[in-house]
Ligand binder design. Structure first.
Ligand code: PAF
Length: 284
């Protein structure tokens, strides 16, 4: 049976009890409206820990002023039963006052330079500061041995890894594979904003990522790969923020450069902003 905890003192007592019993603690932070991608992270955390805590907190500090904080889907009952079925032991459900005791305006801010500045960071100023600010708090509250994040938010994962390494946080970060719908659309809480017509074309993003990988592997020049991807997205009705090839550290690869690369897309379809990515290798 999953236990829902809303007070930090109760959370700390529960986790201290596990620690006394010598148990390892896994953690899956979320903003709720959970889907199979989140539940796969619970499974992953469970493989590396004896107990799993998942948090649901729609974090105001990672949304820009014109973003979807107020309409972000909140589905507490479905989340609770889904987490229980996935094998989560504790649902940590903090109030905003518990997360930000001095208020959002006076919150200590955690900024990870470099990797936060490009792509998502450039399109959504302050977004990663909000993510790092809340994730630092969540890590301090739960004090897990391992924490699982999805590769769909490829850049977020890199930012969190840098945060943990730079601040010597004593935990291991696990990366969960992207979980896709049958047509290739990456699972996301924001998919439900899509109209039926938009949903019918949304998987174009995944097809364009595959085409970017194939073109890069055929030796096509990077700028051409990116221009073709941009054109394909626009032809399908998207307004791309970016469609790029990068090294895993977000530096720009040379044309047909051997080694690991990642194709990354962020694009708007109507009022919905979708992101996705595809990792691949170019043989030497
Ligand atoms: O990936 C998310 O859902 C959020 O950015 C996170 C990590 C839970 C922080 O609010």
């Amino acid at each position: 049976m999953i236990e829902t905890i809303t007070q930090l003192t109760a959370l700390r007592e529960r986790i201290a009890g596990w620690r006394r019993d010598g148990l390892r603690v896994g953690f899956v932070p979320t903003m709720g409206n959970l889907h199979a991608g989140h539940y796969s992270l619970v499974t992953l955390a469970r493989q590396h820990a004896d107990k799993v805590v998942s948090s649901v907190f729609v974090n105001p500090t990672q949304f820009g002023p014109n973003e979807d904080f107020t309409r972000y889907p909140r589905t507490p009952e479905a989340d609770t039963s889904g987490l229980e079925a996935a094998g989560c032991d504790v649902l940590w459900l903090p109030e905003v006052e518990a997360m930000y005791p001095f208020g959002v305006e006076l919150a200590s801010n955690v900024h990870v330079p470099g990797v936060s500045a490009v792509l998502e960071g450039a399109c959504r100023p302050g977004h990663f500061d909000g993510v790092c600010t809340v994730v630092t708090r969540l890590f301090n509250q739960v004090q897990p041995d391992v924490a699982a994040f999805g590769k769909k938010d490829f850049q977020q994962l890199a930012v969190i890894r840098q945060l943990v390494a730079d601040l010597h946080m004593p935990l291991e970060i696990l990366a969960g594979d992207i979980v896709r719908e049958a047509d290739g659309l990456a699972m996301s809480s924001r998919n439900q904003y899509l109209s039926a017509d938009e949903r019918a074309v949304a998987a174009t993003i995944h097809r364009v990522l595959l085409a970017m990988r194939d073109a890069a592997q055929r030796g096509q020049a990077r700028v051409q790969v990116e221009a073709d991807a941009d054109a394909s997205l626009r032809a399908a009705g998207f307004v791309p923020d970016y469609a790029v090839l990068r090294r895993p550290d977000f530096s720009v690869p040379g044309d047909a450069e051997a080694g690991p690369q990642v194709a990354l897309i962020a694009a708007r379809l109507g009022r919905t902003r979708l992101i996705d990515n595809l990792e691949f290798d170019l043989p030497g």
